[in-house]
Write a protein that binds this ligand. Sequence first.
Ligand code: SAM
Length: 222
Amino acid sequence: MKRHLQLTADGSHTIQIDELNVTYHSKHGAIQESRHVFIDAGISYLHQVQQINEYQILEMGFGTGLNALLTAIFSDQMNVYVNYHSIEAFPLTAEEIGMLNYGTLLQQISVFSQIHAAPWNTGTPIHPKFELYKHHCTLNSFNHLEQFNIIYYDAFAPTAQPELWTVEIFEKLYHLLKPEGILVTYCSKGVVRRAMEAAGFRITKLQGPPGKREMVRAFRDH
Ligand SMILES: C[S@@+](CC[C@H](N)C(=O)[O-])C[C@H]1O[C@@H](n2cnc3c(N)ncnc32)[C@H](O)[C@@H]1O
């Protein structure tokens, strides 16, 4: 499928796939959306509540590496250790990665290149507080023995990939979370919330990033 670069409203790039009619981030601002949904409502929220100094994070959809970069920045600034696992079935090419402006905009050119230079299917320390493990596989084939504190659920929208928003998928994700763990996602469609609830999650709707009314934080209570 053909992918091309797009500029979003906050000046940061995203990638668009015409055939699926999807972008990797909101057109209203890629960095703005990632910060709002995954950093502020995800790790920053959980850190305020739990105050632990080590987090295991699972991201579905590594994509451009923007969520990984923002989390690496957070872990460094907040002095918390993050073991970050990310799943990606269709990695971007070196040429596509080279066009993205996140490293420059966030003044993290070196960390952004290290994130992309890290080999697939093995753990790589990116800085003393951030270890990255990029899994080159589909979500369906992903298996992991340890559980996570947070899941960043960043699959393409249900209109493009309905098979990634089913009760079965959320049951799998529920079991990948530790008790008291959270899943955050930009999607708050009723059908998705009901699938999450059927899988055992407790749902809270939060204000979405600019351009989106709501987002979801889902809890595994026990
Ligand atoms: C919304 S984008 C992720 C954006 C990404 N988190 C970022 O910061 O750039 C969704 C990603 O999921 C990947 N993907 C699609 N289907 C998948 C599947 N079945 N298993 C794993 N990854 C998949 C796509 O290739 C794409 O990179």
